[in-house]
Write a protein that binds this ligand. Structure first.
Ligand SMILES: NC(=O)c1ccc[n+]([C@@H]2O[C@H](COP(=O)([O-])OP(=O)(O)OC[C@H]3O[C@@H](n4cnc5c(N)ncnc54)[C@H](OP(=O)(O)O)[C@@H]3O)[C@@H](O)[C@H]2O)c1
Length: 333
């Protein structure tokens, strides 16, 4: 059987993904005992995968080898099985490949039985982003009623969920994002109290105005200059769940200088905590159940930014880094 898969042919420079990745046709031969052949239905675009394309050895995941298949979270249907726990037609989610078909070891997949109304929800509210948002807000941020919660990349997959969860915890929620449409989505549909268009407004002034008592929790998805500005607006004993560094993933020098205002961590006795959602594996089922309940009762919403076709994976991937996505970036096959 033939299949098509994206392979990493060289390390990308910045966002030159077309030059670095190629879609290659190859054969899937005999399936090994215990494995499955799956047909991907949706491939999740996740900003963190950019780090695996670089040759950094000190990341939380070793770099992909040159020539390796590009990996990522997928929603897939089982079409052939040599595993007694899976049947043809099962819907599964897990770490797969940017491909139309793949042979997978089901150990890194979960059979989906939640019966959600939309397949896209399994790759946003449920799954990696929902889980990350929940852990970052509830376990790392430790919100208290009435606190001021700020989130960057607020109209993205993770940020939009983090803000809604913080709102549920009783916080006043402020989102930072680029563009009017994204700001309106946050305040008009998701219930954020304030949305700041950081590309148009002076962030320092806007934060002075809307956070006069300072920011208690800053859920940081981006780092870079935004983090530096926010450090000047921390409340005493602020917490910073450090979720991601998207402002620097495409930089030539993957290591940026530290923030100028780092001293504010001491001045405000603040805590900055990096967290990585796979470290919370044991809590996965509990978190999925909570997120599903919230989603089904309508108190947590998501939006999917869909691109069609395996050929267009890099179009979707770039949309996310250019900030053209609203909500979760997905590729439907
Ligand atoms: N720690 C973990 O376990 C974990 C798990 C999942 C995701 N993450 C991290 O969470 C962050 C968000 O990822 P996601 O997959 O949910 O993507 P996303 O937020 O849906 O999309 C990325 C968004 O980042 C913003 N952005 C891009 N470049 C930027 C820059 N230079 N400065 C400021 N904002 C920029 C853009 O929105 P704007 O319009 O707002 O600029 C863009 O829409 C990433 O840093 C990712 O690595 C971490």
């Amino acid at each position: 059987m033939k299949r098509n898969v994206w392979k990493l042919m060289k390390r990308p420079e910045g966002m030159d993904f077309e030059d670095a990745l190629s879609l290659i046709e190859e054969d899937i031969n005999d399936i090994s005992d215990g494995n499955l052949i799956v047909k991907n239905k949706i491939i999740s675009m996740d900003a963190g995968t950019r780090m695996w394309m670089s040759d950094r050895e000190d990341s939380y995941q070793p770099p992909l080898e040159i020539g390796a298949n590009m990996v990522g979270v997928c929603l897939a249907e089982v079409i052939e099985t040599k595993n007694p726990n899976f049947s043809k037609g099962d819907l599964i989610r897990g770490f797969g490949e940017w491909a139309d078909y793949a042979e997978v070891n089901p150990e890194s997949f979960l059979k989906l039985t939640a019966g959600l109304d939309k397949d896209e929800a399994y790759l946003s509210v449920l799954g990696l982003n929902g889980w990350t948002a929940y852990v970052g807000v509830m376990e790392v941020g430790r919100p208290k009623k009435g606190e001021t919660f700020l989130v960057s990349a607020a109209a993205g997959a993770t940020g939009s969920l983090a803000g809604q969860i913080a709102k549920k915890a009783g916080c006043r929620v402020i989102g930072l994002t680029g563009g009017k449409e994204k700001c309106s989505w946050l305040t008009d549909e998701l219930g954020f109290d304030v949305a700041i268009d950081y590309k148009e407004e002076n962030l320092d002034k806007a934060l002075t105005q809307c956070c006069p008592e300072g920011v208690d929790i800053y859920f940081d998805n981006v780092a870079g200059p935004i983090l530096d500005t926010v450090l000047q607006h921390l409340a005493l004993y602020a917490r910073i769940p450090l979720c991601g560094l998207i402002a620097q993933y495409n930089e030539k020098e993957s290591r940026s200088p530290g923030p100028d205002n780092f001293d504010q961590i001491l001045m405000k006795r603040a805590t900055i905590t990096g967290f990585f959602c796979p470290d919370f594996l044991e809590e996965g089922p509990k978190i999925e159940q909570i997120m599903q309940e919230w989603y089904e009762e309508g108190s947590i919403k998501f939006r999917a930014d869909i691109t069609n076709g395996l050929d267009n994976v890099l179009v979707a991937y770039k949309r996310m880094f250019n900030g053209n996505n609203i909500g979760k970036t997905l590729v439907k096959l």
